[in-house]
Design a binder for this molecule. Structure first.
Ligand code: ATP
Length: 285
């Protein structure tokens, strides 16, 4: 029986770096929420010991470098599974965009194989397992809205943001997360006000939320890629209330209360930006 899993993209309402350990890992604090831009994952059971993966996107590898492959391999090795799986990925999330596409695919495979092979692994165990693939995988295992701490493996649910529209704009460049983190100077960081964002989520206060979202990687990426900076300025000029880069970028998102305004911003950006989307938060209809 073929099994299907949804793998939604995420945006960062905050991304903060609190420090760096001796082994080079960053101690992070990230508030993330899933959005209605979704990869579709098919899991076909194989009764022999093999992992196969295909993705319909030229920028995504069809071998053991695929994060979905790594997730299947992790489950097989940790739970001594000798059966196999063919993973078919229909990509809708832009690649190397800061939207966690690969991590979400990996998380969907962890959840899906847990079901397919009836392993009954609790979500928190899958999340801890997944952090060895990427720091965004634990959040993607849960989805919804949450704060991730540590290296990304400590997840605490938060209330959903107030209903709103998200305009996403990605310039025609891919960003390496590793490069951006390497260039981040801890002494230069201006920390976002994480507590205010959490307060805004509890109060469902759209303006308070928009006024406090923040990402410490933004300065690094926008300096390297001025086209992303220009998109940020345009999006603000067209009237999005909260405008921020997601993850390590280069995608910039704008939070907008009304659909008509979201489409006006979309139309304004479409002329000079490679990829533009209007979506809702995942679970807001
Ligand atoms: P992160 O910030 O976690 O790096 P991202 O959203 O910026 O995430 P992804 O779309 O996850 O970036 O892609 C990052 C890299 O991972 C790319 O080089 C891509 O080729 C590779 N990759 C491996 N597996 C996948 C997958 N299933 N989907 C997308 N990219 C994948």
């Amino acid at each position: 029986m073929v099994l299907f899993e949804k793998a939604p993209a995420k945006i960062n309402l905050s991304l903060d770096v609190l420090g760096k350990s001796d082994d080079g890992h960053h101690d992070v604090e990230m508030i993330m929420t899933t959005i209605d831009l979704i990869d579709r994952i098919e899991l076909h059971p194989l009764d022999y010991d093999l992992i196969e993966v295909t993705a319909d996107n030229q920028y995504v590898p069809n071998d053991e470098r695929n994060l979905a492959y790594k997730a299947a391999d992790l489950i097989k090795r940790n739970y001594n599974i000798t059966k196999g799986v063919y993973i078919k990925i229909e990509k809708h999330i832009p690649v190397s965009a800061g939207l966690g596409g690969g991590s979400s695919d990996a998380a969907a495979v962890l959840r899906g194989l847990n079901r397919l092979w009836k392993l009954n692994i609790p979500l928190h165990e899958l999340a801890v397992l997944g952090v060895s693939i990427d720091s965004d995988v634990p959040f993607c295992v849960y989805g919804s809205t949450a704060i991730a701490k540590g290296q990304g493996e400590k997840i605490y649910y938060l209330p959903q943001p107030p209903p709103c529209w998200v305009v996403l704009a990605k310039p025609n460049i891919g960003v390496s997360t590793r490069t951006i983190f390497q260039q981040l100077r801890l002494e230069d960081i201006v920390h976002p006000n994480t507590e205010e964002i959490i307060d805004a989520l509890h109060k469902k206060d759209f303006s308070l939320l928009c006024g406090n979202i923040g990402n410490v990687l933004e300065g690094v990426t926008l300096k390297l890629y001025p086209e992303a900076q220009r998109i940020k300025e345009k999006m603000t000029m067209y009237g999005a209330l909260g405008v921020l880069m997601s993850g390590s970028g280069p995608t910039v998102f704008g939070l907008v209360e009304h659909e008509s305004k979201a489409h006006r911003i979309y139309n304004g950006l479409r002329g000079f930006c490679h990829e533009v989307y209007v979506v809702r938060m995942f679970g807001h209809g």
